[in-house]
Design a protein around this ligand. Sequence first.
Ligand code: SF4
Length: 343
Amino acid sequence: MTSRVICGLSANEILEFITPAGSTLSHALHITTSIYKKRIDDFSGMAGIPKKLREFLEMFAVTGITPPVASQVSSDGTVKYLFRTESNKEFETVYIPDGKRNTVCVSTQSGCRMGCPFCVTARYGFAGNLSAGEIVNQVIGIPFADKVTHIVFMGMGEPMDNLENVLKSCEILTSEWGLSISPRNITVSTVGITPGIVRFLESSSCNLTVSLHSPFSEERKLIIPAEKKYPVQEVVSILRNFPLRKHRRVSLAYVMIEGLNDTDLHLRALRDLITGSQIRVNLLPYHKVPEDKHTSSSAERMQYFKHNLVISGISASVRKSRGEDISAACGLLATGLKINEQT
Ligand code: SF4
């Protein structure tokens, strides 16, 4: 008989599981607090639960809190972790400390099916979806778990291609019985799968970022193949028209590649696409992937884009690069197999 994995279950699901042991909702909440808030990885360490329930859990369940199998530290303090599931799926997680703001970048799949040519993960192939518990464990299973303030779903995989598990993990991360992280501090990123975007906006309060990278459909198809099925105009129309609650953010990520998508023509089209909406723009440097001849736009060019967007009434920012020396930067994940497992 396989053991039930508790990490990844809601308070109600835990209650349903432990009811045969004569346990109640308060016991279920004690378990969620022990796992999600206190990160206790062994039932024997959970003080305050009845002996009968502890024996039941030890016999029929595992906590599901598992540490990474390897790690690598960047010169800027960013740490990349490699996780491996029992079924041998591998995926990476990145911890990015930045003053009082400490972000974990989680993966949602082992590999990815979207085939974006500028992304190393695409070259890794696809080994499967991660469960809600495997996503949450990337936050509570790392050594810096108690310092985490923000979470971004920008690691390996396309979140909308594993939406049920992404929504469930967001519920666990934000619920009072879960990690109690504000949805304002959680951002899910997508290449723009429209049915998933609609469902996500309606079912979650977390922020959303869509990878744009070009305002021109024909050009975007070469960078993001999903554009063929889900044109960006349609995606932006959904973002424009969705009534946003206060403090909820929707944004476009725009990786700037010299000579490819950083011309004045691109700037004008980007501005026209979103002007008059609440959509923000995050401008990011391009991280060279192996065997690619392109380079990032200069810092001056990125500031020029930002300035022109801002004076047009669009909220825009330039994001700095983190963890590039350990391939932990955006678009570079999936090199984890090279992490030395002794580190
Ligand atoms: S950029 Fe994102 S969606 Fe595209 S292949 Fe990489 S991980 Fe997948």
